[in-house]
Design a protein. Structure first.
Length: 607
């Protein structure tokens, strides 16, 4: 069998060839190495321990299970199971559906996803940031920050129920542009038509991508790549003029300033100190008067620009032009989506907003500054209006308040409407280190997401409320006052929890590094859920090596029928049985066992 890394690299190298269509993709699904990579990439997801509609989980993973799956693919009898639909609560109190595919379907989908990513990733637009390697919410926001400078209007794109309304026929036709393997395409058809189970009643799927499916993000990007291409070509037609004309009023004021400077330059040597002082003030006032208006004419009809950034099904457009231009753009996109992709742009939610106001994108507020204030850059002789028409990213005022309410770390008095930190009763069963770690993770996570915002420093208030919520949680846990908790846990003026390790006693402190704005984005620091990429490196724990070692880690019996036992969380193990202690000691959520030992484990006989 060929090395999957070589296969995927070969596919990626062919993707830029004009008109090239890929054949014989389906046969890669006969390669066990692909499924081992898929297993190594997906095994750590806690959702794999949730039963799909077939009642199976990741537990008991084996080479035999992979071979059975490949045999079904070879004789074309493989049929994806309908995903099990459950409902999870949303922030607004309603519930949203979540699909849970069977684990074997996840494995097949991961292999298909790797193949599709190799074929399409090299062709995707730089304006597309969702569910892509080395792309994230932050890279989308960073592009907006640096390309939307000077934009006068925003168009906030909203596609009606995109993931549920993708047209299957249109999607497969788009795939056929690059893929000439009907067996491979038929497999994707099977996933699209697999349906779902809700309260054990089967429902067909007539549109949309597989809910909860691993291939859904890449399929959605393939679908909306058509919109990216449309906007790329639209920009070529829309953009007009090299530069804006200089403002006539600015030129008049500049000329007046120049004449006055010239006048005083000739007579400077014969002027008295008082006259020089008056002349200097006059020149400064004239320069200030000139700097009160833009250098270029903001209403120049001969200059237009459009910028476009997309993350998944959300997109934001920045327009330098008239309001009528915005409505024309909105109308053209609506027509394109309807006629080409059979999806609908929400007319009510797709807003046209003046850029001096705020547009909401990926949880940030986006605005363009109208400040005419000036400063003198390093190395420059004159002041410059560096903030004028500069794109700013802001954290919405209400966002951290809502997060505190979501965490149940704060309550609002219904009468006085004052905010008050409160203890979190659901954390009381945890030990001290777990409680502190929870608060630290939430504070850091929130900061990491909003660190690009100009006003990220306001998270000091968020941290203050979280800090006192934590004090009250500890106080409630030990039936003590906050004052006594502080005297007990304060170490050198900082709140800390001591804990023992094999290296000795250590201390974990409450987060205290502040909230400084970050101006750059690290491509390695993803802040949102991005599917695994083409980096074909087996898991560091050597999971695949242990699966293939053909030796039981409990009884040391040599056998080819090794099964991997999985647990959802190590902390769920009580540590009473010897096999539990071994997993806890090794800090592994997996144990490679022979069939007999695995059966004994589940029947309570392994100890």
């Amino acid at each position: 069998m060929r090395n999957p890394a070589i296969v995927l690299d070969t596919l990626a190298n062919q993707t830029t060839r004009e008109g090239y269509r890929f054949k014989k993709l389906y046969r890669n699904l006969y390669n066990p190495e692909f499924f081992l990579i898929a297993y190594a990439k997906t095994y750590a997801n806690q959702g794999n321990m949730t039963q799909g509609s077939d009642g199976q989980t990741i537990d008991g993973m084996s080479m035999e299970r992979i071979e059975r799956l490949i045999d079904k693919l070879k004789d074309y009898s493989y049929q994806p199971k309908p995903s099990k639909r459950v409902f999870i609560p949303k922030k607004n109190g309603s519930k949203r559906p979540l699909g849970i595919p069977s684990f074997e379907d996840k494995l097949v989908q991961e292999v298909v996803r790797m193949i599709l990513e190799s074929i399409y990733e090299g062709t995707f637009s730089e304006s597309s940031h969702g569910f892509r390697p080395k792309k994230s919410c932050h890279t989308a926001l960073d592009q907006i920050k640096y390309t939307f400078t000077g934009s006068r209007w925003f168009v906030e794109g909203d596609i009606k129920g995109f993931f549920d309304n993708i047209d299957h026929q249109t999607l497969v036709q788009l795939l056929r542009k690059k893929i000439a393997d009907e067996y491979f395409l038929h497999l994707i058809w099977k996933f699209l038509k697999a349906g779902y189970l809700e309260e054990w009643k089967f429902y067909k799927t007539f549109s949309g991508t597989p809910q909860g499916g691993i291939i859904s993000p890449i399929l959605s990007n393939i679908y909306l790549h058509e919109l990216d291409t449309f906007m790329h070509n639209y920009k070529k037609i829309f953009d007009k003029g090299k530069n804006r004309k200089r403002s006539r009023e600015y030129r008049n004021r500049e000329a007046k300033l120049s004449r006055r400077r010239k006048k005083y330059r000739y007579s400077w040597n014969v002027m008295t100190p008082e006259e020089k002082q008056t002349a200097y003030k006059e020149v400064q006032e004239l320069r200030k008067h000139m700097m009160e208006i833009p250098y270029k004419d903001p209403m120049d009809d001969g200059y237009r620009r459009i910028q476009y950034v997309r993350y998944a099904d959300d997109f934001l457009i920045g327009i330098t032009g008239s309001k009528e231009d915005c409505y024309k753009v909105k109308e053209d996109i609506t027509r394109f989506l309807n006629e080409t992709l059979s999806i609908e742009l929400s007319q009510e939610k797709t807003l046209v907003t003046n850029s001096k106001k705020r547009a909401r994108f990926l949880g940030y507020d986006v605005t363009v500054s109208r400040s005419q204030s000036s400063s003198k850059p390093v190395g420059s002789q004159y002041n410059q209006r560096s903030l004028s028409l500069k794109c700013d990213l802001l954290m919405p005022h209400e966002v951290w308040r809502n997060k505190l309410i979501e965490y149940k770390a704060m309550e609002i008095d219904p009468i006085t409407h004052k905010w008050k930190s409160t203890h979190r009763s659901y954390l009381l069963p945890n030990d001290d280190l777990e409680i502190l770690a929870t608060y630290n993770a939430e504070i850091r996570g929130f900061y990491n997401y909003y660190k690009l915002a100009n006003n990220v420093y306001t998270l000091d208030g968020f941290k203050h409320m979280m800090e006192y919520s934590m004090y009250k949680t500890f106080a409630s846990k030990y039936k003590l006052s906050v004052k006594k908790i502080l005297s007990k846990y304060k170490i050198s003026g900082q709140f800390g929890v001591k804990y023992s390790t094999s290296d000795g006693l250590k201390i974990s402190y409450l987060y205290n590094k502040g909230f400084k704005k970050q101006s750059s984005v690290s491509v390695d620091n993803h802040v949102d859920s991005v599917p695994a990429t083409n980096e074909l490196i087996y898991n560091k724990s050597g999971l695949i090596k242990r699966l293939r070692a053909n030796q039981c880690e409990w009884c040391s019996k040599e056998t080819t029928n090794i099964e991997i036992h999985h647990v959802k969380k190590l902390k769920d193990l009580k540590g009473k049985k010897r096999w539990e202690k071994r997993m806890i000691e090794r800090k592994r959520k997996t144990l490679a066992l022979c069939k007999e030992c695995h059966l004994n484990l589940h029947t309570g006989k392994l100890d």
